[in-house]
Design a protein around this ligand. Sequence first.
Ligand SMILES: Cc1cc2nc3c(=O)[nH]c(=O)nc-3n(C[C@H](O)[C@H](O)[C@H](O)COP(=O)(O)OP(=O)(O)OC[C@H]3O[C@@H](n4cnc5c(N)ncnc54)[C@H](O)[C@@H]3O)c2cc1C
Length: 458
Amino acid sequence: MLQQTLFIIKVLAYGISSLLSDVYRLAVLRAKYLHYRITPWKGKGDDDEGEEVRNIVVVDASFAGYSAARVLAKSLPYLPGNRGRYRVVVVEPHSHFHFTWVLPRFCVVPDHEHKAFIPYGGFLRGVPPDFVRWVAGRAVGASRDAVQISGSSGETIPYAFLIVATGSGISGGDENESNENESKNNSLPSRVDADGKKEGIRQLKDMQQRIRGAENLVIVGGGAAGVELATDAKGQYPDKKVVLVHSRDAVMHRFGARLQAAAMDGLRQLGVDVITGERLVGHDTESGLVTLKSGRQVECDVLIKCTGQRPASHLIADLSPSSVLATGQVRVKSTMQIADDEFPNVYACGDVAETGTPNPNARSADRQAAIAADNVLSAIQGKAPSREYIPNFMDGVIKLTLGLEKSVGYARDGDSELLLRSKEKDLALMSRQAWWRFGAKAFEDDVEGDAVGSKDPA
Ligand SMILES: Cc1cc2nc3c(=O)[nH]c(=O)nc-3n(C[C@H](O)[C@H](O)[C@H](O)COP(=O)(O)OP(=O)(O)OC[C@H]3O[C@@H](n4cnc5c(N)ncnc54)[C@H](O)[C@@H]3O)c2cc1C
């Protein structure tokens, strides 16, 4: 009991201190920005006659990249002596920010799909155009001093600093298990495999239709995405048979015993059939059966895999193969520079980086991004990068939905665990707050186009 109370105090203390530090950071940023606005600027080139603009290339604009870009873009205008010498170049193929947290829900519940696609731009509002450039494209290669972009432009963008925050994607899974039916949209419910919003919405609707039409739904993978999808599917369609297959002895095995037990309770209360300690080895669509490693067969007309996410680290693999671990994650120093002294100007953060965070998530991605960006700002001013990312237990806090009406919040620090149960009232979960957080008005969007980056968001 005492241990539990101390843990709650620790969580509250962390919450208050991070709120205060956010408010402080915002206030400093606002003050500096105001100063910048009222200080007459003679124009680009006056301070740095003849100097070329140098790029800080941020590869992607998701939780990590977008945050890094914001810190940089909002700081560069008032960095002593900068005045246009450095600018941020954001490279992102998606036309909208993909809000991953709601994807399992929107794979099941109709009419909210559009809320998963947040228009870009609001987060960088107020940044003078000289300090940010948005490139709607995919970075396909990196050399010591430039990044290669795919697509018709085929542009090569030189960089002085590079921040890689490419996250993770679906590795393609096990060839033995794939067939034509499954290969469609097989990145859902963890990621949307589409650059444009219309195609993303189509994929979500397609998944909803598949689940709606299923009699025997089999979901493979008992991590957060699998548990949320299974409980939502059973909550929405109580008469369907929903089976969750997981290779470990407990679902949510990366977390502590209390969350594992709560997830298992939630699944069982809704009537999801959970099979642990088993692997999928085959799926015969004609007979409508999946085969598990033990030889057991389970009826299945729709199979959804929630496994196989892999870090998208190919850019760093090009540049510094020794910095990429067998898991695909990028080895980084605590300053978020990649662990290769030949490239002090290259950083990695978010899901793509191995940082020692027990359960990488958007919160840790955001913290790491701010540190990477701050260190780049120091380096620009000729100082050694000194801010360090030290994993904190609060980085691993998770909210897990267990059907349409319940969720649990969970934190763990060593042996101490905290689990809070709550009722869910909003089917769209935290979409509204996410739109607000990223500077967009819920749920207004004038960037409906399907083309990649149909509008320059910055
Ligand atoms: C179903 C689900 C629910 C989740 N729920 C939560 C939650 O409740 N709370 C929480 O904190 N976390 C949650 N997470 C985890 C969180 O979404 C991730 O930790 C977070 O997305 C990591 O952010 P990131 O920026 O590192 O990478 P990602 O979000 O994976 O983004 C990578 C970005 O890189 C871009 N990209 C990739 N390759 C290239 C390239 N070559 N060139 C240019 N751009 C590229 C992509 O377009 C994408 O925008 C959840 C994850 C999932 C899948």
